[in-house]
Design a protein around this ligand. Structure first.
Ligand code: HGY
Ligand code: MN
Ligand code: MN
Length: 424
């Protein structure tokens, strides 16, 4: 049955319309004329509105919907043999504060387009297919990333996840309840036959090399910390240098040192470090910052080098604290090792891309993804779609063309068909 249906293609206009419509939820006028950004922080009203729209589309496509205790949504299309584990595909609909319209969303609406296309072609797959969106992939509001997938695959305990609080003290559990997504399906029980996620590359490689797709081999290691730097606020005009305990200066020294850690080569050529949050208090032009909340995002494809970088940075913080007479408290908020994806699923993706005559290469993911969590419970890989503007992402300028998106989802559709035909 499945063989005859190879090379099925999706309705790319319908996919694009869905991307545009969901992109209007949480939309705001960016600093670039006529470019709208997206802000749908996890479990916010905007996220809730986006979730409800997607659930409505899932229902319209005839899918049965389950919501689990961490708010992940699973939508299943029956196959011929529903005793078999489903093929799963999905991603996230929450966003960073100033996002584009494709990050995560392409994977969710692309999976929906797969279902819609199967319905159009009256295709019945051997295995059931489950499509999904997962809670708080971005980790911006509740401080740890891939939260929903990490709970669903037993890496983060549910109670711990529920207790995470945002800057206003609201917990994940309270917010799930408030937006009506505190589901009752127990977490940690799902074990798909295979998991495939389509996602924008969020980097310049595919565009620079003139390629149509990336076959993702894995994800680099990620280490997040929250730093609380405590000095003493004082008058900017009357406090002599030797009397200062300037938390702002210390944050700047840490940030500069993090860049040196990347350029020095001491942790390999691919070390990345970012201080994305730098929040001084009391944040006034004439007051020396008494306290700074800052974040550390370390990334490295080599776990040993990442661990060495973490140790090095801790030692640097201790020395700086002593020399500046400033307290520096660091809290590890997210930590995921480098992950390798299934060579078998990668081969299915690559063969499928070949059947469409699409140019592709193996590529490592620089960003974290839901797929990396699911790769612990089943054979998993990802499809990357190139982006314009050097693949910029986590920025309203994020853009992939209708054709680039259609290429990715056509390969997703036929990869899922192949996997859904597998007996074991
Ligand atoms: O931070 C990341 O890599 C992803 O966007 N959550
Ligand atoms: Mn993403
Ligand atoms: Mn992202």
């Amino acid at each position: 049955m499945g063989q005859a249906l190879k090379r099925s293609t999706i309705n790319s206009d319908r996919l694009w319309d869905a991307l545009e419509e969901l992109g209007r939820i949480g939309a705001f006028q960016s600093e670039h004329d006529e470019i709208m950004g997206v802000r749908r922080l996890a479990l916010s009203d905007e996220d809730a509105a986006g979730r409800r729209l997607v659930i409505e589309w899932f229902r319209d496509a005839g899918l049965s919907i389950d919501i689990d205790q961490i708010g992940n949504a699973y939508a299943t299309r029956p196959g011929i043999d529903n005793t078999l584990a489903p093929v799963m595909s999905g991603s996230h609909v929450d966003s960073v504060p100033s996002a584009g319209r494709f990050d995560g969303v392409l994977g969710v609406l692309g999976a929906l387009e797969v279902i819609r296309s199967l319905n159009d072609h009256n295709i019945t797959t051997h295995r059931p297919i489950t499509i999904a969106f997962f809670t708080d992939e971005e980790g911006c509001r509740f401080a740890t990333d891939m939260l929903g997938s990490a709970v669903a695959t037993n890496r983060v305990p549910l109670e711990q996840a529920w207790s995470l609080r945002d800057a206003d003290g609201r917990s994940v559990r309270e917010e799930l309840e408030r937006i009506g997504f505190l589901g009752d399906e127990p977490v940690g029980l799902r074990k798909p036959h295979a998991f495939v996620e389509c996602h924008v590359e969020q980097g310049p490689i595919l565009q620079r090399e003139g390629l149509d797709l990336g076959v993702v081999i894995g994800v680099q290691g990620i280490s997040w910390q929250r730093l609380t730097i405590t000095g003493a606020s004082a008058h900017a005009g009357t406090t002599p240098l030797e009397y200062r305990r300037d938390a702002g200066l210390v944050a700047a020294k840490i940030n500069a040192h993090m860049r040196e850690m990347c350029t020095s080569g001491s942790f390999g050529e691919l070390m990345l470090a970012t201080m994305g949050v730098i929040s001084p208090e009391p944040c006034s032009i004439n007051v020396i910052p008494g306290r700074v909340i800052a974040t550390v995002d370390l990334r490295n494809p080599d776990d040993t080098a990442l661990e060495s970088a973490e140790r090095h940075l801790q030692a640097f913080l201790s020395e700086l604290s002593a020399s500046e007479g400033i307290e520096i408290e660091s809290q590890l908020t997210a930590r995921t090792p480098a992950v390798a994806f299934s060579p078998d699923v990668q081969s299915v993706i690559a063969d499928t891309a070949d059947s469409f005559g699409l140019r592709h290469r193996r590529i490592l993911a620089g960003a974290g993804h839901d797929a990396q969590e699911w790769s612990r419970v089943c054979p998993t890989a990802m499809i990357f779609v190139p982006g314009e503007n050097d693949g910029i992402s986590h920025n309203p300028l994020e853009y992939s063309s209708p054709e680039q998106c259609a290429n990715g989802i056509n390969v997703l559709l036929n990869t899922i068909l192949t996997l859904a035909d597998q007996d074991s």
